[in-house]
Design a protein around this ligand. Sequence first.
Ligand SMILES: [Zn+2]
Length: 582
Amino acid sequence: MTDNQPKRILVAPAWPYASGPRHLGHVVGFAVPADIFARYHRLKGNDVLMVSGTDEHGTPTMVVADKEGVSPREIADRYNASIREDLRDLGISYDCFTRTTTQNHARVTQDIFRTLYDNGWLIEQTALGAFSATTGNTLPDRYIEGTCPICGYPQARGDQCDNCGNQLDPVDLINPRSIIDGTTPEFRETKHLFLNLPAFADRLRPWLESKTHWRPNVRNFSLALVDELKPRAMTRDIDWGIPVPVEGYPPETKRIYVWFDAVIGYLSAAIECAANRGEPKSWREWWQNDDAHHSYFMGKDNIVFHTIIWPAMLLGYDIGGEIGAGKPLRQPDDVVASEFLRLGDEQFSASRGVGVNVRDVLERYDPDPVRYYLTAAGPETQDSSFTWAEFIRRNNDELLANWGNLVNRTLTNAYRNFGEVPAPGELTEPDQAVLDAVAAAFGPVGRLIEQSRFKAALAEAMSASTAVNQYISEQAPWSVIKADRARAATILNVALRCVDGLKVLFTPFLPFSSQKLHELMGYDDVLSGPLEFREVEEEEGARHTVLTGDYSGWRRGWGPTDLPAGQRLREPEPLFKKLDPV
Ligand SMILES: [Zn+2]
């Protein structure tokens, strides 16, 4: 394959739990980086499929439903709706953002579960299950908290420690307690189907070792786990989840483990997306194609599910049952995990109510400054702290003072004096140099995005904007025009062409303001259009709503633009607002 042929890029952002409003600590890991990556690849002309949805099964939803005295379904419906609105308003350009409670997802999940069972990778074992000492009911992992046996964190959950990211069993916790009433759970024997992870270690290890392009946190963490794999239960003693397609596991008491079904969502959502578009087989071009590329995006607490459990499931599924139809499914090519975003000194955590909700932030601020902050100051390779003061400073001193100011003074001068893109005369050396500098930025910015180095990519785009600001300050068209209108026309033509190119460079990061600028510069087509909700109907009248967009009509091209002289400009308005300290 040459560079000129479009590649099939699967962009797979992690599935947010539909158990509460999502906060900035979530979207900084899965949503914003994935969207930058997807938008860049669309501009470059590649065939992008970005799919995900809300993760609605299992105990995260049940805990909230129990607290409120409503059904898990009601909680899932409520937060699916609000999360999908948050993601639309943040401009996360999914091809299909669906949910795990669809019939399609259950069918795909059961096919994979059944095939793994038939292939001998799911083995029945008894384990100690936790039961409430007060009611005698099963106490799911997430209902139990205690001290992490690995790092000593006092608020580790029964399934995982949020502090060190290790997977746990409730029985491992020191001083376990029920989060419902604080009592110590009783542990009794119960039967489950376990994924035989150690049987995959010899294939997972060399595969992980070959991933030298992954961020070190992801690769090192996964390689350390692969030597200590134990079989993990893929069923639970609960009644909210996908039924287990194996005899002896009645849906009244046993369901598939929520993480088993959540990772399958990347596949089932691709299948749904293809069906929604009326091309039901097209998903295979991403999933059963040697030339496709799969990139997953998440917070670091989700690494193990994407580098060990999901790859093991794919290996075990092999050439598969109904879905695979004789061909294996593609393994992850890249797994991009962010570190944690902290609020002051505390880690953002939905379950403990620490965080800044996406909705609260978007009610007060435009999405692009939020995306800018999360990319420029986010926890890409190390934990970072969110502060409002720093958010305001980044908006005012960087986004507005550099890029916003460049756009504003260029457009205002050109609009007032010419009303259109003025025709240039002969170019001077500085004219050509600044045009070359903008053109030269596309290579490194694109390469950095491909390497998931979003912070560095944004900095590179900003430094190109700085160079153009410097050019326009030195050339001062506002004073030149008094004596030499033709030369001022040339300077403004050059500056407008630079702004037009920078607009494309910034589109993956700042899609809303780039579209606005596109319109101000007199274009009538779409660079980055609105996202939309569409209703999908399944069997027996079941309906759900997906977040999607019609990306096929958007302008493509990753490189300098051909801004035609004579194009009418529209009356300029500022792209960004100056924000007051909070
Ligand atoms: Zn820990």
